[in-house]
Design a protein around this ligand. Structure first.
Ligand code: FE2
Length: 251
């Protein structure tokens, strides 16, 4: 059946299957931090390297990721660039009953999620088109008589062990509750690229360590309602410099 020609897709994802998935040594020995809201434990917020692919034992995987990233930039995006690099990466361990709420990855061009440990019964990775794009003023969402990939606002991709799902970082994604007794373990990364010069301008990212020295910096923003102004409380010895609140981002 001819379903017509999709125009201007919301994004493009590509799945790569690792032909030789490496055994990752000591996967349980990483420093995982617990997150709130039933989200997975993660190496993002503790003492671990904020770019976990640079850890010993993950070298082969990093090389393969870079091959896949090159394919995505060259052939999927056809982007003209000078260099690219994984600028942050982390491991998420979804224990039984945990789930990942919908989110996207800021300050990044493309992202990947690689499945270190997963079973067919684990929840798939869900991509969601945000409502302001999916619903016109008159919403048709409840009126389709069959699933249609061109008009749905949700797509589920399998979290197959040894596979890598690469996608535009702005796409919203998450997954439902892990109803198995086995942990679902994934490694996620973000990629930046310096783009080829154009006649009138040059656009480069400057590679810098993105985390502050104090790994425990945390903050809350609250309104005390007394003088009509917001106040900011920095916990665990963190600091505010030049009016900038520094914090870690949830991925
Ligand atoms: Fe994510």
């Amino acid at each position: 059946m001819d379903n017509g020609i999709p125009i201007f897709p919301a994004g493009v994802l590509k799945i790569y299957q690792n032909p030789n998935p490496p055994i990752i040594p000591d996967i349980d020995d990483f420093d995982y931090s617990k997150q709130g809201g039933g989200n997975p434990d993660s190496t993002q917020f503790g003492s671990e390297n904020p770019n976990i692919v640079d850890n010993k034992g993950l070298d082969d995987l990093k090389v393969w990721f870079e091959e896949c990233i090159k394919d995505y930039l060259d052939n999927v995006m056809t982007l003209a660039y000078k260099e690219f690099w994984i600028h942050e990466s982390w491991i998420n361990k979804s224990r039984p009953n945990s789930a990942q709420s919908m989110h996207n990855h800021s300050n990044s061009l493309i992202s990947g999620v690689y499945y270190i440990e997963s079973t067919p019964n684990h929840p798939p990775l869900l991509f969601e088109k945000v409502a302001y794009n999916a619903d016109p003023f008159i919403s048709l969402r409840k009126h389709y008589h069959e699933a249609n990939p061109n008009f749905t606002n949700r797509l589920a991709m399998p979290c197959t062990k040894g596979s890598l799902i690469m996608f535009n970082s702005y796409l919203f994604h998450g997954f439902g509750q892990n109803k198995t007794t086995d942990p679902r373990i994934s490694l996620a990364f973000n990629v930046l690229a310096n783009l080829s010069d154009r006649d009138a301008y040059k656009l480069d990212f400057v590679k810098k360590e993105r985390w502050v020295d104090n790994h425990n910096t945390d903050y809350v923003v609250k309104s005390d309602g007394t003088d009509g102004t917001n106040s900011i409380e920095v916990k665990n010895g963190g600091s505010i410099e030049d009016g900038t609140i520094r914090r870690r981002m949830s991925k």
